[in-house]
Design a protein around this ligand. Structure first.
Ligand code: ATR
Length: 268
């Protein structure tokens, strides 16, 4: 029987994950099916129960269920524990194993696809919601000092406090960014969804800097701002999406797909 997988979210209609996994499966000759399933907002656990009963092998989890998925797992990887959120489930031997491939996906996109070396660089992470929390530890582990800017300073401070004693992570207000410069600025806010730009000052980018928006599918006000401000590289988050999918695919199928042709195809 063909192995079955799915991505679960709400909304989910515009997910690119089914296409990405179909392209991975074709490339690696894997017999599998991958579909998008919209779970009711109060029906995530019931959806997972149904999929397990029907013999699915695993699934991806996206907004807004990553925290619920975390709570549902029998076993969690260290990446899932660090993010306190799960985007990849493996159904194995009657148990639910959970991990988080978002951080790995972001780092792979930045270092491999964009050719930007992370070690010893200064990073500014915009936002302190779930998206920001999911990539903070991976950035920190990659050797970066990280400032977190958020409109609501308390939320940024709470994230920064998790790193007490472990390294350099500071919470900052947007007003306090004036005069500071960074090698890497990552937009993990949901501002782009609303066509808004976080209140960023001029002169934020060091020479050679990368501006990365975790959103994809359109040029966001943050990307336009970064181009105007002279960031050397400006990228959306499509590569992160493909790379996190590749990591999940590898965990399920024991084969690493080549992400480059898939990313190229999605870009056309
Ligand atoms: P997600 O899980 O996608 O991160 P979230 O938890 O709702 O979603 O968090 C949204 C983040 O985007 C928050 O950090 C929010 O800032 P506040 O906590 O100060 O509200 C940030 N955000 C949303 N719109 C923004 C805007 N126009 N400018 C700056 N930050 C914005």
């Amino acid at each position: 029987m063909t192995d079955r997988y799915a991505v679960i979210g709400n909304p989910i209609a515009h997910s690119k994950s089914p296409l990405i996994h179909q392209l991975f499966a074709e490339q690696t000759g894997q017999a599998m099916r991958y579909e998008a399933i919209e779970a009711p907002l109060d029906g995530f656990a019931a959806t997972i129960r149904r999929l397990r009963a029907e013999g699915y092998k695993g699934c991806n989890v996206t907004v807004p269920f990553k925290f619920e998925a975390y709570a549902l797992c029998d076993q969690l990887s260290s990446r899932a524990r660090e993010a306190k959120a799960v985007n990849t489930l493996i159904f194995r031997d009657g148990e639910i194993l959970g991990t988080n491939t978002d951080g790995t996906g972001l780092l792979a996109d930045i270092e491999k696809n964009l050719g930007f070396k992370l070690m010893w660089k200064d990073a500014l992470l915009l936002g302190a919601g779930g998206a920001a929390a999911g990539v903070l530890w991976p950035l920190f582990n990659a050797g970066l000092g990280v400032d977190i800017a958020n409109r609501t300073l308390d939320k940024a401070q709470a994230l920064a406090d998790e790193f007490k004693g472990a390294g350099t992570v500071y919470a900052r207000k947007y007003e306090d960014l004036t005069g500071r410069k960074y090698d890497l600025v990552i937009n993990a806010t949901s501002s782009g969804l609303k066509g808004e730009l976080p209140p960023l000052p001029d002169g934020l980018f060091k020479p050679g800097a990368l501006a990365y928006d975790m959103m994809y599918g359109r040029e966001t006000p943050f990307m336009a701002y970064a181009r105007k401000q002279g960031a050397a590289i400006v990228s959306d988050g499509l590569g992160m999406l493909v790379e996190q999918a590749a990591e999940a695919f590898y965990l399920w199928r024991d084969i690493r797909p080549d992400t480059r042709p898939v990313l190229a195809k999605l870009r056309t």
